[in-house]
Design a protein around this ligand. Sequence first.
Ligand SMILES: [Zn+2]
Length: 460
Amino acid sequence: MKFDTIIRNGTIITATDIFRGDIGIKKGKINKIGISLDEDGDITIDATGKYIFPGGIDPHTHLDMPFGGTFSSDDFETGTIAAACGGTTTIVDFAVQPKGANLKETASIWREKAEGKAVIDYGIHMNITNMDDEILNEIPLMIKDGYPSFKVFMTYEGMRVDDGILFKTLKQVNESGGLTCVHAENFHIIKCNVERLLNEGKIEPKYHAISRGPLVEGEAVGRAIKIAKMAEASLYIVHNTCKEAVDEIARAREEEYPIMGETCTQYLLLSEDEYFKDGFEGAKCVMSPPLRNKENFKYLWKAIRNNTLQVVATDHCPFFMKQKELGKESFDKIPNGAPGIELRMALLYTYGVLNKEISVNKFVEVTSTNAAKIYGMYPKKGTIAVGSDADLVIFDPKKEVDITSEKLHENVDYTPYEGFKLKGFPEVTLSRGEIIANKGEFVGKIGRGEFLRRNSPIIL
Ligand SMILES: [Zn+2]
């Protein structure tokens, strides 16, 4: 027998293991793992001195998404190329339900955005913005069709749902074998704050953060958890940023409620200081929830270490500065979101593993394995095991990179990580056995990415 590809002599790292060995790939899947395998491959990759991680999974992206009168600037082509170059081989993107559309229609709108463009495999979350009996009845059908995760916003005018609808969604999704995700911030308090600040003539980007402080998030996280308890449902809270939110999740988990949580790279590495930069610079980091003070970094790292939070995603949602300028005269009109999909793996390695915040196994767990489990893709994705898709990152732990936006593939004119220094960067990315990125350049075929029909969640 001959492998299609054999990767020799790398340090293979999973969520639980680390050892030197070879990986034989056949027909896109991992066929054999061992020490000094006898068989040859059509392609041989020498991974001496390199790490081999499961390909990254980013379960929180917004590609080609309408927001505030514009669209996020990465589509499924540019966004997934950036992901691939940064070592991410799977995303789960949020399909936002347009007014008047049912879930099936929403899913096909998103499938069309991705088809012929995506270069890595992708799942789709259903982001419910309008709920009625038809939508409620569609939920079990969508789960059967491979869409087991549903998101609702507790804030954002026009997209948010009230507590009653959150309750109904949680109940129906849970009873049908799916998982509800929630963006938790208190809509009414934000609205009051925005009105007051604008009336006082406070229009600059920094007031975005001031209008939605940590308690605005913490209150909504706590309320969402209580509503999930009433609905007897599991719940996943996206992008937690602060102690106020994490404490609520920790308490619920101590009481053995099935509550899970995510944070994002930016909340571990960037602080509210970004908003106090000169001129309109602060708009680069206008996102919701906003960046917090640096004190929160240590709570978030701790929450990752002790499994209060299971996933580090990106909430990748880039806008050009020109688009951000929609809010030049009023911070509430700045499109919310920032880029991050390309640098997540490398940033978390340097600032998480090398700074001794997390072990290298924990790194794999929170960048890949846990998302695969929670979002119904395990063990096809998220690990290095015989039979799993050969989605792999060959990572050079010695490679030093100074981050500048010109080097990146994200379709946007800045990165919030400009000037950050990295030690360790993905050298080769394989998706289903194909080399799709090599030394920071995309070498795969446009449109090769496949839609992932996902299974029911594993609650962690
Ligand atoms: Zn988001």
